[in-house]
Design a protein around this ligand. Structure first.
Ligand code: IMP
Ligand code: MG
Length: 183
């Protein structure tokens, strides 16, 4: 073993909260709503990295409209479960967003600060509209007023993982939503 290799990360116990079947069904419903609401338009799906990736990949394949994908990085710094409320933007958005219909795609909304800051930043680019699409929402944790137009599921204040969502960068690959359980 290489002594300078980083310590191996290990997964901790978790249990399933939302099955893949349930998530698939709900995403198909959201896709149908978006197809209806944006008929005749060509929306831009703006994914919030990294938690959006699995949700976005599934959702975009239910969309029957001409559409584009862009990404934005917004890290609300966390150390495991503990949070520090700074939000930082990286990730250039090269597409001209002026006059476009934008759907911000989030894996999970917690305090709502991340999406609301992204929304504020986008306003400077004068898009035609900006709506929020979140696979999961923790309504009990919001710290800012938010209108999530398309929401997969509401969850409680527990820490959830999988389907793109991480805990210390692990578990994003789980094909369902789970929650950590005490050992
Ligand atoms: P907000 O700015 O507090 O809404 O934070 C949203 C971000 O926090 C999401 O994009 C996630 O990266 C992260 N987050 C919040 N709650 C959870 C959770 O339960 N599991 C995994 N990530 C979470
Ligand atoms: Mg995270």
């Amino acid at each position: 073993m290489n002594p300078s290799a980083p310590e191996k990360k290990r997964m901790q116990p978790f249990e399933i909260l939302l099955t893949r079947e349930k998530i698939d069904k709900r995403i198909a419903e959201i896709g149908r709503q978006i197809n209806n609401d944006y008929a005749g338009e060509a929306p831009v799906l703006l994914g919030v990295l990294k938690g959006c990736v699995v949700f976005l990949a599934d959702l975009m394949r239910t969309i029957k409209l001409p559409m584009e994908v862009e990404f934005v990085s917004a890290a609300s710094y966390r150390n495991g479960h503990d949070r520090d409320d700074r939000v930082q933007f990286g990730g250039a958005v090269p597409t001209e967003l002026k006059g476009r219909h934008i759907l911000i795609i989030e894996g999970i909304v917690d305090t709502g600060r991340t999406v609301s800051l992204i929304k504020k930043q986008l306003a400077a680019q004068e898009p035609a509209s900006v709506e929020i699409v979140a696979l999961l929402d923790k309504p009990g944790s919001h710290r800012v007023g938010l209108d999530i137009k398309y929401k997969g599921f509401s969850v409680g204040n527990e820490f959830v993982i999988g389907y793109g969502l991480d805990n210390t960068q692990l578990y994003r690959n789980l094909p369902f939503i789970g929650k950590m359980v005490d050992q």
